[in-house]
Design a protein around this ligand. Sequence first.
Ligand code: IPM
Ligand code: MG
Length: 361
Amino acid sequence: MEAHIIVLPGDGIGPEVTEAALAVLNAIGAKFGHTFNTAEHLIGGIAIDETGTSLPDDTLAACLASDAVLLGAVGGYKWDDPSAKVRPEQGLLAIRKEMGLFANLRPVTIHPDLADASPLKQEKLEGVDLLVIRELTGGIYFGDRERWEEDGEAWAKDTMIYSASEVRRIADIAFKAAQGRRGKLSSIDKANVLDASRLWRTAVLEVAEDYPDVELEHVLVDAATMHLLNRPASFDVMVAGNMFGDIITDEASMLPGSMGNLPSASLGESLNRFGLPRGLYEPIHGSAPDIAGQGIANPIGTIMSLGMMLRHSFGMEAEAAAIEAAVDATISQGTRTGDIARGTQQAVNTQEMTAAIIANL
Ligand code: IPM
Ligand code: MG
């Protein structure tokens, strides 16, 4: 098979972790006899510096013509000024919107050898295996916003907005995912206060009629953040709107102690040449400007994201499973980057971790 991948390294540790993932991709190509053509494009802060905009037109055009996109991270101190007109994060939101990637899949599992890195007690972690599905192109991150002056004061307003069909299509994906897993779906909202959440709950209930085999619960978002700490293993699939999903996925990503290992996939209705979703794959973590350029970033989140790409965008189940098994084996062998090293464990750098994973393929 021959596939065409656009790589968006972005800012901070983004270039380091995407380079690592590309080394794994080459190894997979050689082992399984595939040709992966890759081309790099600009996004985020570096794109602002070089072109004045966080998502240049040629980047978007290349992504829309690709079979899948691999992204590192965007953002950094340099572009953090809250009054700046252009911001790296706008590029990320724009590419998700322009590619129609409304479903963001964030799986959270814990390697048994890393359980002691978790801030939670060991007994809470038994059986933790959850998948958060976050709506990614709607809600308050895309609603109207406004700033104005009135009565000698500065005001600002953001709008949480959802249509019933937007909720139904993400709910449909979540119910299907639950069917393929342990058959439980937790829908997260704030229906005791927000109208947008009452619409969310009603639409989820409508979709539920098509999935009588899935056990559905509605959980208020504030309670969900509590249950994630108290009974994380009780969750199978969680589905949430854009902002609530953003918040609970950061919280859930701490269950394994470091977000460095966690991948994500963003999918929509647009299909690639294989008739599969033209997805965007990125680690959960950000650009980590504090360690950028040192070559010590944990590449596992991006390498696992690559695994999700092979599975969801190319239908390469065996290849994806090979990556996951190699990562598992590498962790079992005690190889650790600084973020997941504990006690007397000697931390390896990004290249050493990548080489160890490739050796286990
Ligand atoms: C994420 C990030 C982004 C988001 C930021 C960088 C805009 O936090 O992918 O979760 O909020 O979606
Ligand atoms: Mg986030």
